[in-house]
Design a protein around this ligand. Structure first.
Ligand SMILES: Cc1cc2nc3c(=O)[nH]c(=O)nc-3n(C[C@H](O)[C@H](O)[C@H](O)COP(=O)(O)OP(=O)(O)OC[C@H]3O[C@@H](n4cnc5c(N)ncnc54)[C@H](O)[C@@H]3O)c2cc1C
Ligand SMILES: *[C@@H]1O[C@H](CO)[C@@H](O)[C@H](O)[C@H]1NC(C)=O
Ligand SMILES: *[C@@H]1O[C@H](CO)[C@@H](O)[C@H](O)[C@H]1NC(C)=O
Ligand SMILES: *[C@@H]1O[C@H](CO)[C@@H](O)[C@H](O)[C@H]1NC(C)=O
Ligand SMILES: *[C@@H]1O[C@H](CO)[C@@H](O)[C@H](O)[C@H]1NC(C)=O
Ligand SMILES: *[C@@H]1O[C@H](CO)[C@@H](O)[C@H](O)[C@H]1NC(C)=O
Length: 675
């Protein structure tokens, strides 16, 4: 059904309309359901000249629509006004008061938390897109959501990322939502609580949905969460008491055979916010192209992955995923829908390429360069002899090699070393064999006899499909951190000795090492971006983590968390002073996360964040400016998103202008308080 010209009639019957969940559009009374159009939206094509819009981007919230809703005297409409709306009558004093009610986001149970009728209005205006959170694992717990069959499925598929991706709120690192409702913990009498899950989510299938949610969260000072696939390792896609925007269903991909920007001329993909790596690779393959995505199947491309940098088996050849971004369509903290590229909103274009997701707005799509039209790729798998191998990283990296391998503790003094895949994009099998031959010889002389299995593929997709298995997720008993080890650590003999000792020490201490030989230098001509400069001269990317027993006490968990940050991660920092890690796979309690995840860009990012989102509509742990926020009632080393989100600063000014530019001028009146 088309929305253009359609009109919502609620006059005089607001309460009954809400309770019966019907809407009247152009005279027809219809049930408000998922399949209906959103009444509070109109079709807008190409907001900026020559902009290509995905189908999901055509339905937008506009000043006209809001004006019409106001004209009907529908109550609560002011809740959805844009943040940059200048006219006085659009803001009652009370609504402004709500925003800065104390220092915390308004939480369920607080006097000012919106009641059911307001949520129903949101549901009506979005055409029934509001979902009341039921934790995925609730199927295994006594109560109205118990479902034996579903529970059985969850129990056997909990570690499979695909199980979580299709749920509006499930996260793959349950640690952060309080590990509530885990299927394996269900037993008679145990309770599945909402805990660190958001209270409601919006199943976003168009831009208007996102704008309504952003405006409502901002105007009512609610915690806002953006949730795509739920892959985040740091709890960034969940939060207690929040309204969550679920972007998973924005699945369109457009192949732009010719796309021209200031610095690029060639084919491109315009990718909706919910598109996953596998879907992009499939589309690329069908069109004879190769796209840059992660190594795992289910991660969202245009969500947290690309905004945080995004490493790929192709990074040695073409850089990070963020280096492929040509433009971004985004709903800003003010609720406006804009396109950001090299020529429009350049600051934001810089920030969003590497400066992290959930910080600048809600991305609805990203346009990416096509990596290449065809590639020869060689790949091999084998075990063993670590130092001989690591010390050759500079040579392998010069050959644009990508290697993905693990060391797992396997009992006392036993380790499991596994080469997941060794990929050299852009080479052929003969050259690849030449590259690894010296290593194989050295191993043989060490008595380690490896029989590698070689493969050659003509392009990326068949290689990726056959050699990158899906990964395990879903445990709440592990915490990770990461570090990028620069070339210098491999080239200076003394420093290399220290580096090797440190890595070995971590494994000997029983922690896991997940390592990549990956260099992601920016290809020539890439516009400057906010991505962590530590990526550019790294040769090794290492993720490390430590776990605890399912029945560990809070003290034991806290102690493991402390050890990960202050011993394991610190030992890696000691060998890489001034360096960094990867924020998408980083240490959530890194005391110096600004330097670690954003490096020398942090100061500029922080100032930009205060300018673009002065009210703090968007928050995520370790996102830019997150140091100004905290979760109430959390142990220093436990990072659950189960409490109220509060600001570390008290707002002193009793009357405040609604105009964000004026707000800049008085920001120095904020006073830091200790928590
Ligand atoms: C099994 C596994 C494999 C991985 N493999 C790789 C890999 O190969 N390479 C790599 O670089 N990383 C990898 N990662 C890390 C991955 O990049 C991050 O977890 C990333 O944040 C996932 O993004 P998402 O949108 O899919 O997930 P989500 O958890 O849904 O979101 C992550 C963050 O992005 C925000 N966000 C999501 N969508 C939007 C949007 N539209 N607008 C604004 N903010 C948004 C969320 O609020 C959250 O802060 C992997 C993670 C896992 C668990
Ligand atoms: C607003 O209402 C007027 C009068 O009914 C109508 O002409 C106009 O199309 C409406 N605007 C939108 C965006 O629906
Ligand atoms: C919503 O409208 C009702 C009825 O007019 C009013 O009592 C309530 O305060 C409004 N809520 C908000 C958040 O504006
Ligand atoms: C994970 O689930 C998906 C979807 O059900 C399925 O296709 C895939 O084979 C599963 N992977 C594993 C390793 O079980
Ligand atoms: C890739 O392989 C094709 C044949 O499969 C060959 O003609 C071409 O030269 C190879 N390219 C490179 C860079 O090795
Ligand atoms: C590095 O360590 C080895 C022994 O493991 C030693 O022989 C060598 O001298 C050391 N090199 C430097 C520069 O410290």
């Amino acid at each position: 059904m088309q929305t253009r010209g359609a009109w919502l009639v609620l006059a005089g019957c607001f309460a009954s309309c809400v309770s019966s969940q019907t809407i009247t559009v152009d005279g027809d009374v219809i049930a408000a359901g998922e399949s209906n159009i959103s009444p509070a939206a109109e079709v807008v094509n190409g907001v900026q000249d020559s902009r290509v819009t995905l189908p999901e981007e055509e339905l937008q919230l506009t000043d006209d629509i809001l004006g019409n809703l106001t004209g009907l005297q529908l109550s609560n409409v002011s809740v959805f006004y844009f943040g940059d709306d200048e006219s006085e009558d659009h803001f009652t004093k009370r609504e402004l008061d709500n925003r800065w009610n104390g220092k915390c986001k308004t939480f369920p149970g607080d006097l000012l938390f919106p009641g059911k009728p307001v949520w129903k209005v949101l549901d009506l205006l979005t055409g029934g897109a509001v979902i009341s959170t039921v934790p995925l694992g609730a199927a295994c717990y006594e109560g109205e959501h118990y479902d034996a069959k579903k529970c059985e499925f969850l129990f056997s598929n909990w570690a499979n990322s695909s199980t979580h991706v299709v749920d509006p709120t499930s996260v793959m690192s349950p640690l952060f939502q309080g590990a509530t409702c885990q299927p394996q913990d269900a037993e008679a009498g145990s309770v599945c609580e909402i805990s660190g899950f958001p209270l409601y989510s919006i199943k976003a299938t168009n831009v208007a949905h996102i704008q309504l949610a952003v405006n409502m969260a901002r105007n009512l000072n609610l915690r806002l969460v953006v949730h795509n696939t739920g892959h985040d390792f740091l709890g960034k896609s969940t939060g207690a008491g929040a309204l969550s925007i679920w972007t998973h269903n924005m699945k369109s991909i457009q192949v732009l055979k010719e796309h021209k920007t200031k610095s690029y001329n060639g084919p491109a993909f315009k990718v909706g916010a919910g598109v996953q790596v596998r879907e992009l690779y499939e589309t690329a393959e069908r069109n004879g192209f190769t796209a840059v995505g992660g190594e795992c199947r289910d991660v969202g491309v245009a969500g947290g992955y690309a905004a945080g940098g995004g490493h790929s088996p192709l990074s040695p050849l073409v850089g990070l995923a963020s280096d492929q971004i040509l433009s971004v369509d985004i709903v800003t903290p003010q609720g406006r829908f804009i396109t950001v590229d090299e020529e429009n909103h350049e600051d934001l274009f810089w920030a969003i390429r590497g400066g992290g997701a959930a910080t600048w707005g809600v991305v609805t799509s990203m346009t990416f360069k096509v990596a290449t039209s065809s590639l020869n790729i060689s790949e091999t798998q084998f075990w063993s002899a670590v130092e001989a191998y690591w010390s050759r990283f500079p040579d392998f990296s010069d050959a644009k090699s990508y290697e993905y391998h693990f060391i797992f503790p396997a009992g006392p003094d036993a380790y499991l070393w596994s080469m997941n895949s060794w990929v050299v994009p852009g080479t052929n099998l003969a050259d690849f064999k030449k590259l690894v031959e010296p290593l194989l010889q050295e191993w043989e002389s060490l008595g380690v006899n490896i029989k590698p299995e070689y493969f050659e593929h003509d392009s990326f997709y068949p290689m990726w499909r056959s050699h990158f298995p899906s990964e395990n997720v879903g445990t709440a008993e592990v915490r990770t951190g990461s570090r990028l080890i620069p070339r210098g650590n491999f080239e200076d003999k003394e420093l290399w000795n220290k580096t090797f000792k440190t890595l070995r020490g971590i494994a000997e201490d029983g922690a896991t090492l997940i390592m990549y030989n990956i260099n992601a230098a920016a290809p020539e001509g890439t516009p400057a971006s906010a991505v962590n400069p530590a990526w550019r001269d790294a040769l090794m990317f290492v993720i490390t983590g430590s776990s605890w027993a399912p029945d560990a006490t809070e003290e034991e968990i806290s102690e493991t968390n402390r050890r990960v940050t202050y011993e394991i991660m610190q030992s890696l920092k000691d060998i890489t002073p001034g360096g960094g890690g990867y924020g998408n796979e980083g240490d959530v309690i890194d005391p110096d996360f600004g330097q670690s995840f954003f490096g020398s860009n942090y100061k500029r990012l922080y100032n930009l964040k205060k300018k673009i989102d002065p009210l703090g509509v968007f928050y995520a742990p370790t996102a830019v400016d997150s140091e100004d926020w905290y979760i109430e009632g959390q142990d220093q080393y436990l990072t659950r998103q189960t409490g109220k989100l509060c600001h570390r600063w008290v707002f002193l000014c009793p009357s405040y202008p609604k105009n964000i530019y004026q707000r800049q001028e008085i920001s120095y009146l904020l006073l830091r308080i200790t928590t």
